[in-house]
Design a protein around this ligand. Structure first.
Ligand code: FAD
Length: 395
């Protein structure tokens, strides 16, 4: 297979690069460069800019507001955005709930939600996990009981990313008490302004408050917010999680981090020379680069053969992809030496404050700490290995 970009793709890359150079505000790029957790306002501002161009949801079909690009164009676009430090597309909006609504939702739900999802005017969070339902999601106990035209929801969601900033949360709830665990689950959209919702942010290892506990106490949700049929929630969640895991290989992100790591190692003084002169450090970078190239070719091969949507591929690429994101953050922290161990306040609401150390180091320790989570969220590594063993190796 030839993995070189063809002239069309090269021209497309130039077009994207020129658009970003013209439209991405530099103060936003500067803030994104310094943190693992871009602010909601910056994410929304960039989504609005992209939306005006019709590029805010690059994986979506044209009929729902996407550009209708193939997988190669999506990768090129994503790489260029990352290299320029553009804020990421809002994950829950664009990669999770959006595809669910245009695939399983009714006309009224599409009309109400798709446009504000695309523009970033409405931000979503994902309420699946619970205190006793993470890997074993089907054991979730949050209950939604039908009362006339509404559901009354009671329960507790946990690890809900950015719930404190979200306007809506899509949830899995148990609506059919007597059905077998997988069949009793439904997919419900909840307006976060509804009385009875209490959101409590959780402090993480990196010092951020990127996840929350969400308490739901007699929350009245219109039955019109049910997506698909009652009891179809598990099938919808499987569709969504496969989407999420395929995306979670995050090769473009690790490629960018590797380029920056190598550039950094060539400037960091060590002994009488620079870090890059150290053969041990070079060997660690080389091992990671070889693994990353193999992963990238696996993804590209799947794209070129049209298999990239296959659900078993999702676990195969999520597993090594999430581990590589951790490895590059470890090497980056090592390269920054003492600065790589310093937790900076910039990401946590004090952006703009005068900070010690070189600009590039701000965020290295935070990223290192937060990347511990990549092998947990979106399905833990042990669970991915289990899926690979069962579905691919047929053990
Ligand atoms: C930063 C972060 C953001 C998150 N964001 C969200 C979000 O927005 N929405 C949401 O719904 N959830 C979110 N999660 C939750 C995440 O999906 C769960 O943490 C994950 O599914 C694991 O569930 P758990 O934490 O309950 O761990 P458990 O399922 O209790 O697992 C504990 C350990 O046991 C292992 N284990 C479990 N089952 C098996 C098995 N069958 N075989 C072998 N080992 C096993 C796991 O791999 C893990 O190491 C987030 C988590 C993190 C860390």
């Amino acid at each position: 297979m030839n993995f070189e970009a063809d002239p069309d793709e090269a021209a497309f890359r130039e077009e994207v690069r020129a658009f970003i150079a013209e439209h991405l505000p530099q103060d936003i790029a500067e803030r994104v460069r310094r943190t693992a957790h871009p602010a909601r306002e910056d994410v929304t501002a960039w989504m609005r800019i992209l939306h005006r161009k019709g590029w805010s949801a690059v994986g979506w079909p044209e009929q729902y507001g996407g550009p209708g690009w193939g997988a190669m164009r999506r990768i090129i676009f994503e790489e260029e955005c990352l290299y320029a430090d553009a804020p990421p597309q809002h994950f829950a909006n664009i990669h999770s709930v959006g595809p669910v609504i245009y695939t399983f939702g009714d006309d009224a739900q599409r009309k109400q939600h798709l446009e504000p999802l695309l523009s970033g005017d409405v931000i979503w969070s994902q309420g699946f996990s619970e205190p006793n339902a993470g890997s074993d999601l089907a054991s979730l106990t949050t209950r939604a009981t039908r009362q006339g035209d509404d559901f009354i929801v009671n329960g507790r969601k946990l690890w809900t990313s950015d719930a404190q900033d979200s306007d809506f949360m899509f949830t899995l709830v148990r609506t059919l008490a007597d059905a077998p665990p997988h069949r009793g689950i439904s997919f419900l959209l909840i307006d976060m302004k509804t009385p009875g919702i209490d959101v409590r942010p959780i402090k993480l290892l990196d010092g951020s408050y990127a996840v929350c506990e969400v308490f739901l106490d007699d929350v009245r949700v219109p039955a019109a917010n049910l997506v698909g049929e009652e009891g179809q929630g598990w099938a919808i969640a499987k569709f969504l999680l496969a989407n999420e895991r395929a995306f979670s290989a995050e090769v473009p992100c690790t490629k960018r981090d590797m380029k920056r790591l190598i550039a950094l190692a060539k400037t960091q003084r060590r002994g009488g020379g620079v870090l890059w002169d150290d053969p041990l450090f070079q060997a660690k970078v080389a091992c990671l680069q070889a693994d990353l190239d193999a992963l990238e070719y696996t993804v590209l091969r799947a794209i070129m053969s049209g298999d990239h949507a296959a659900s078993d591929l999702a676990s195969l690429v999520k597993l090594p992809g999430s581990e590589m994101r951790q490895r590059v953050s470890e090497l980056t922290a090592e390269a920054w030496s003492a600065y790589g161990l310093t937790q900076y306040p910039a990401a946590h609401g004090v952006a703009g404050a005068a900070l010690p150390g070189p600009i590039g180091a701000q965020g290295a320790a935070e990223t290192f700490a937060f990347r511990r989570a990549t092998t947990v969220y979106g399905g833990a590594s042990e669970v991915q290995r289990d899926i690979i063993a069962k579905t691919i190796l047929r053990l």
